[in-house]
Design a protein around this ligand. Structure first.
Ligand code: LLP
Length: 419
C-alpha cells in the first residue's frame, strides 16, 4: 500500500501532482511519501506491540537524513553497517541506545567510533572481529555489548545476491560453531555478551524461513542460558518482502503472529531490522521520456534516468512497475525496453515490457523505488546524483539537492607533474 494515486488524471503523492515536482525540481528525481513512510513504520512497530521490542530501521535501504529523522521521531533505532551510517544516524538524531552494528568487515576505526557513541550492541560476525572488538574496547576502558550473528543455514528462497543465511554465504557464524564462539566471547573481559542475531536474506515473501531460522536460534539460546550466558536480546534481522509486481508477502502482523508466541516467555527484547518493507513502496523514481527509438528488433523508450540512478533492474533483474504520470486514453500497448542514457547494454529499467505509447517529454513513475534506490546510485558516466523529495500534506520538500558538475569533481586533484 502506498500513497501514489491517480487523481484528476494525474499521479499524485500526498496531494501533490507529480508534474508540479517535475516542473520545479526537474527529472530524474526520487519522490517519497511521508504518509506512507509513517503508516508503514507504525504498521510494523504496532504489530509487535505486545512484546518488548526495538525496531532498528535498516538504514542501508534509505539513509537520507530526513528519512532517518522521521523514523527516529517515530521511535525507531537503526541497523548500521559502517562508520558512515553511524555518522548519518547520529546526525539525524537516532538514539545510540537503539543502534546495532552489523557487517563482516568492521574496521578498528569504525569499532572505536561506535564504542565512543555507546551504541546498543555490535552484531559480531567472526572470531577475529570479536578479538579486535575486545582489543579496542580494552584500549578505551570500555566493555562492548555484543550479539553473535548466527548463520542458521536456512534458504530464504529469494534472489541469490540477497540471500545471507546459507552455509556458503560470508555472513555470520555457523550454527554448529556458535557455542564455541559464545564461550570465547564470554571469556573476554572487555566484551559483554547480550544477544543472538540472525538475518537470512531480503525480499522474503514467505513466513516459513523466518520461523525455521528463529527455531534454530532459540534452541541455541536455550543451550546458552543453560550454560549461564544471559541472553537479553534476540535479533531476527530484516528481510520482509514487498509487492513489486504480484508478490503477496506476509503483512507485518502475520510475522508478529508467527513469532511473538515463540519469544514471549523468554524475557528477552526482540530486535528487528526492517528496511525495504518500510521504505520500498513509499518511494518512486520519476523520469522523463527523451526519445523513442525503433530498431528492427525492438522499440526502445529512452528515458533520462539510468542504471546509475536505480541499479536494481540491471543488477538483480528486478521488476519495477512503470506508470505514466498523466492518465489518458492510450493506443494499444507494445513490448518495449525502457533504457537510460548510460553506455552499457545492461542499462535498462524494464526489459520486454508491455507499455502504451508514450510521447517524448512525458513523465514516468518507476514504482517501488524507495528502498535500495538512491542509496545504491552512483556517478557512473559522470552523471550527477539526482535529488530526493519528501512530500507531506500537499507540500514537497527537497531533502537532497541535485548534484552539480562541481560536486562530480570534488576532492579530485591534478598532481603537479601534470600541471
Ligand atoms: N539486517 C541486515 C543485517 C541486513 O543485511 C539487511 C539487508 C537488512 C537488515 C534489511 O533487509 P530488508 O528488510 O531491507 O530486506 N540491495 C538489495 C538488498 C540488499 C539487502 C542487504 N541487507 C536489493 O536492492 O534488493
Amino acid at each position: 500500500m502506498h500513497d501514489f494515486e491517480y487523481r484528476d488524471g494525474e499521479l499524485q503523492c500526498d496531494g501533490v501532482p507529480l508534474s508540479r515536482i517535475g516542473k520545479e525540481v526537474g527529472t530524474p528525481c526520487y519522490i517519497y511519501s511521508y504518509s506512507t513512510l509513517i503508516r508503514h513504520f507504525r504498521a510494523f512497530d504496532g504489530a509487535f506491540r505486545g512484546i518488548p521490542h526495538i525496531v532498528a530501521f535498516a538504514m542501508k535501504a534509505n539513509s537520507n537524513l530526513a528519512i532517518l529523522r522521521l523514523m527516529a521521531r517515530e521511535g525507531s533505532g537503526a541497523d548500521i553497517v559502517s562508520g558512515g551510517e553511524l555518522f548519518r544516524a547520529l546526525k539525524a538524531g537516532v538514539p545510540p541506545s537503539k543502534m546495532v552494528f552489523a557487517g563482516v568487515g568492521k574496521s578498528r576505526e569504525e569499532i572505536r567510533a561506535a564504542l565512543e557513541a555507546d551504541i546498543l550492541m555490535f552484531n559480531v560476525e567472526s572470531s577475529p572481529e570479536l578479538q579486535l572488538l575486545s582489543e579496542v574496547a580494552a584500549e578505551m576502558g570500555r566493555r562492548a555489548r555484543v550479539a553473535l550473528r548466527i548463520n542458521p543455514d536456512i534458504d530464504p528462497k529469494t534472489h541469490p545476491y540477497i540471500s545471507t543465511g546459507l552455509k556458503k554465504s560470508k555472513f555470520g557464524i555457523a550454527a554448529d560453531r556458535a557455542l564455541e564462539e559464545f564461550k570465547l566471547a564470554s571469556s573476554l573481559k572487555h566484551v559483554e555478551v547480550v544477544g543472538v542475531h540472525k538475518h537470512i536474506g531480503s525480499q522474503l515473501t514467505e513466513i516459513t524461513p523466518f520461523v525455521d531460522a528463529l527455531k534454530r536460534i532459540l534452541s541455541l539460546v536455550e543451550l546458552l542460558k543453560a550454560q549461564g550466558t544471559d541472553i537479553r536480546y534476540i535479533n531476527i534481522g530484516g528481510g520482509l518482502g514487498i509487492t513489486y509486481a504480484d508478490e503477496r508477502p506476509p503483512h507485518p502482523k502475520d510475522l508478529a503472529e508467527a513469532i511473538s508466541p515463540m519469544v514471549r516467555d523468554l524475557k528477552c527484547v526482540l530486535i528487528m531490522e526492517p528496511g525495504r518493507v518500510i521504505v520500498g513502496n513509499a518511494g518512486i523514481l520519476m523520469t522523463k521520456v527523451l526519445y523513442t527509438k525503433d530498431t528492427d528488433a525492438k522499440r526502445f523508450v529512452i528515458v533520462d534516468a539510468a542504471m546509475n540512478d536505480l541499479i536494481r533492474p540491471s543488477l538483480y533483474g528486478a521488476f519495477h512497475d512503470i506508470r505514466p504520470v498523466r492518465e489518458m486514453p492510450r493506443s494499444a500497448t507494445r513490448t518495449v525496453d525502457v533504457v537510460g542514457p548510460v553506455c552499457e547494454s545492461g542499462d535498462f529499467l524494464a526489459k520486454d515490457r508491455a507499455m502504451p505509447d508514450m510521447a517524448n517529454g512525458e513523465l514516468l513513475a518507476v514504482m517501488s523505488a524507495g528502498a535500495y534506490g538512491f542509496v545504491m546510485s552512483s556517478n557512473y558516466n559522470s552523471r550527477p546524483r539526482i535529488p530526493e523529495v519528501l512530500v507531506k500534506d500537499g507540500q514537497f520538500h527537497v531533502i537532497r539537492a541535485r548534484e552539480s558538475y562541481d560536486d562530480l569533481i570534488r576532492g579530485e586533484r591534478i598532481p603537479d607533474f601534470l600541471a
